[in-house]
Design a binder for this molecule. Structure first.
Ligand code: 3PG
Ligand code: MG
Length: 407
């Protein structure tokens, strides 16, 4: 069991609370184009401010090489203020006199955002001295940036290890950690995992780890084509990774020896080019023509996947089934998503999903809010599925005990 401190126990009144957020949000024409990551942290900010904390937001933004106005957090602050319906101050640096004087001017309940931590190259080096300068600005550290937790940087790692700051997970971070624990530490079995997306190469470690954790592994997306090739099928002009055919074969063998169920497509929707509304047809996977591209799973596969979910109690989902950005190739993903949402609503399935494409696909299917938990993490979610301990999570752990075998 992994234990974390609870924000319920933090005495924050009058304290300077350094709140690590992931304000690395998409921008368009100088405005935030998707505020999901900000919306997620609103409850933590409001709670802390209402309890009388001086909330000091700390975040990276983009990948600047040193100070660069293009990567200023200033325009993001306007969006935070809009969502909070409260004023949010801004300091033009995250350490030094500018940060110190802005913080000194705050009153209890105020919210202040510091400039991009990556304007200092020491941030990404997890530099201890820099981390101590950040830590000196606060009394308590709260991390609500799960989506950045796969980075071991000064503002989410050394800030704790190189200082005496007591670290708490924020509410959004805690819900991510709880979801991961429900999926991997103490799940309700049987557990099914859907792993989709374009490339086996980016998911090899995920597949390897999930095989040890789940009863059913459902493989979709273009990466399934590599598995079909490994089984001797011709995939025509479909995307696949020739150099990973042997790795795919190994995964199938390993699954067999562990007694795991691997669900692969049995039929597919094929077309001659990837575009919306092109003419397409359904074929069995051993009937894919030379000029065909597999762009989605077919109806029989959808049925197989849905019945595998109906036999399961927990679902972990990363990666779409088809080229969901182009209608009608979103159909497989949408139908499975709807089935997962229905099973979840009926109390029969605990469903977790994450990853940029997966969340986009669930949004298209309008089921995002009907899943048990949808992670904000892209890389962080994927690395969690690989079984890795994320550096930003590691520093929040108070105690870790491994379960005693047997019983
Ligand atoms: C992300 O968007 O993946 C996180 O904010 C981390 O950013 P990075 O990939 O630039 O480290
Ligand atoms: Mg990233």
């Amino acid at each position: 069991m992994t234990t974390f401190r609870s924000l319920d126990d933090a005495d924050v009144k009058g304290k300077r609370v350094l709140l690590r957020a992931d304000l690395n949000v998409p921008m368009h024409d100088g405005k935030v184009s998707d505020s999901t990551r900000i919306e997620e942290i609103v409850p933590t900010i409001i709670e802390l401010a209402n309890k009388g904390a001086r909330v000091i937001l700390l975040s990276h933004f983009g990948r600047p090489k040193g100070p660069d106005p293009k990567y200023s957090l200033c325009p993001v602050v306007a969006e935070i203020a809009r969502l909070l319906k409260r004023p949010v101050g801004f300091a033009e640096d995250c350490i030094g006199p500018k940060a110190a004087s802005a913080i000194a001017a705050t009153k209890d309940g105020d919210i202040l955002c510091l400039e991009n931590t990556r304007f200092h190259p020491e941030e990404e080096k997890n530099d201890q001295e820099f981390a101590r300068k950040l830590a000196a600005l606060g009394d308590i550290f709260v991390d609500d940036a799960f989506s950045a937790a796969h980075r071991g940087h000064a503002s989410n790692s050394a800030i704790v290890t190189a200082s005496r700051l007591i670290a708490y997970p924020g509410r959004a971070m805690k819900s991510e950690l709880d979801a991961l624990a429900r999926a991997f530490e103490h799940p309700q079995h049987p557990v099914a995992a859907i792993v989709g997306g374009a490339k086996v190469s980016t998911k090899l470690a995920v597949l390897g780890h999930l095989l040890t954790k789940v009863e059913t592994l459902i493989i979709g997306g273009a990466m399934a084509n590599t598995f079909l090739t490994a089984q001797g099928m011709a995939v025509g002009k479909s995307l696949y990774e020739g150099d990973l055919v042997a790795a795919a074969r190994d995964i199938i063998d390993k699954a067999r020896s562990l007694g795991r169920d691997v669900v692969l497509p049995v039929d597919a929707v094929v077309a001659q080019k990837l575009a919306a509304h092109v003419s397409s047809r359904v074929v069995a996977v051993d009937e894919v023509g030379e000029d065909d591209m597999i762009l989605d799973i077919g109806p029989r596969t959808i049925e197989h996947v849905i019945s595998a979910l109906a036999r399961s109690k927990t679902l972990v989902w990363n990666g779409p089934f088809g080229a969901f950005e182009y209608e009608p190739f979103d159909n497989g993903t949408t139908e499975v998503a709807e089935a997962a949402a229905e099973l979840t609503a009926a109390g029969k399935l605990v469903s977790f999903a994450g990853g940029g494409d997966t969340v986009a696909a669930l949004n298209i299917a309008s089921v995002k809010h009907r899943m048990t938990h949808v992670s904000t993490g892209g890389g962080a979610f994927l690395e969690s599925l690989e079984g890795k301990m994320l550096p930003g999570v590691k520093v929040l752990i108070v105690q870790q005990t491994s379960a005693v075998a047997g019983g």
